[in-house]
Design a protein around this ligand. Sequence first.
Ligand code: NAG
Ligand code: NAG
Length: 286
Amino acid sequence: MRSWHPSLLLILMSTVSGRIIDLSHKHGPTTFMVPGFEHYNRTLVKTLIFNKDVAVETAVYSSNEHGGTHMDAPLHFYKVGMTLDNIPLENTIAEGVMIDVSDEASKNIEYKVPLSKIHAWEKQNGEIPQKAAVIFNFGWHKKFHNKFEYINTVTDDWRQIKIPSVSEEVGNFLYDSRDIKIIGVDTMSPDPMNTGSAPIHIKYLANNKLIVENLNATDSLPPRGFRFHAAPVKYVGASGAQIRAYAIVHENQEPRTKNQENRSWIILPTWCLVIILLFSHLVILL
Ligand SMILES: *[C@@H]1O[C@H](CO)[C@@H](O)[C@H](O)[C@H]1NC(C)=O
Ligand SMILES: *[C@@H]1O[C@H](CO)[C@@H](O)[C@H](O)[C@H]1NC(C)=O
C-alpha cells in the first residue's frame, strides 16, 4: 500500500481543525501564588557544552501544585480522592461553554454568579451540554500580574482575600442538572476565599469532577462551540499541578440558531465528500 506524505496529511487535517486559544498564564518565580505557597523555583543541574552552538541543559524545579494555571485533583479536598496520575485523560477534555460575568464582577469584586445568570445564558445559547467544561470569565485574568488587584488584600492572610466567585446554587445546578465534568475560572477559586466554606470544591472533588483555576484569556472564548483541554502531567500522588489549558474552537463556532440546527445534518456528509474528493485527487498526484 502506498503511504501518505506527512505534509499532505497535515494540510488535510488543518482544513478540518479549528482555531486554538491559549488559556494559560506563564508559570515563573514571580507568578502569583496564594500567600505562603512556594513559588516556581528552577535550579540548573548541568549544562554540558558540546561546542559553541550546542549545549545540553537540565534543571530541577519545585512549585506548589496549586499556583498558576492549574488543575485540582480530587485528593486536594477529599482525603481518599483520586490523585493526578489516576485521572482518566477523557476527564480532562470536554466540550466547553463560556459564561461571561466580567461586567458584573467589574462592578462588585465579591460578585457571586447567581442561578438566574445561568438561566439567562441558556435562554440565549441553548442548554449547557452534558459532560461539559463550564468556564467563567470574570475578567480577572487581566489582573493576574497585579497581586493586589487579583486578591484585593494587602495582608498575607488568605482568609482576607476578596474575589468574585460562583454561588453554591450554580455549582449544584451544574452538577445535578447538567452533569458537567469541569468547572474553570479565571480567578484563584470558584469558591470565595473568605467565608470559611468551599461548597463547590467539596462537592466536585468528592465526585471526581475537576476544577481548573487561574485561567488566562477566557474573554477570547466564544459562548459555546469549542473543546476545552486541561491535561496535567501524571505526577504520582499529586493533589494538583500546573496545566497548559487551551481551547480549540469549532469551525462552526457561532451560537447555533434554529436554522443552523436544522441544517446541521448536512455538514458532516459535506465534509466527508470534500475529504474523499481531496484524497482521490491526491492518489492521482502521487
Ligand atoms: C495571558 O494571555 C495573553 C493573551 O494571549 C498574553 O498576552 C499574556 O502574556 C498571558 N499572560 C501570562 C501571564 O502568560
Ligand atoms: C530553589 O531550590 C534550590 C535547590 O533546589 C535551593 O537551593 C534554593 O534555596 C531555592 N530557592 C528558593 C527561592 O526557594
